[in-house]
Design a protein around this ligand. Structure first.
Ligand code: ZN
Length: 42
C-alpha cells in the first residue's frame, strides 16, 4: 500500500484534485499545496 505525502508540509491529507488527459493535480487539505508532485512511500 502506498502512502501519499504532501511535499510541502508532509501531511497525509492530500488527495487527487484533478486527473485526466491533461495530467494530474494533487491538493493538500492542510497547507493548500496544489501540484503534480507528491511524495510516496510504501
Ligand atoms: Zn501540505
Amino acid at each position: 500500500m502506498t502512502i501519499k505525502y504532501c511535499p510541502k508540509c508532509k501531511s497525509r491529507s492530500i488527495y487527487l484534485y484533478l486527473g485526466g488527459t491533461v495530467g494530474i493535480l494533487y491538493k493538500c487539505k492542510k497547507c493548500g499545496y496544489m501540484g503534480p508532485i507528491i511524495l510516496e512511500e510504501d
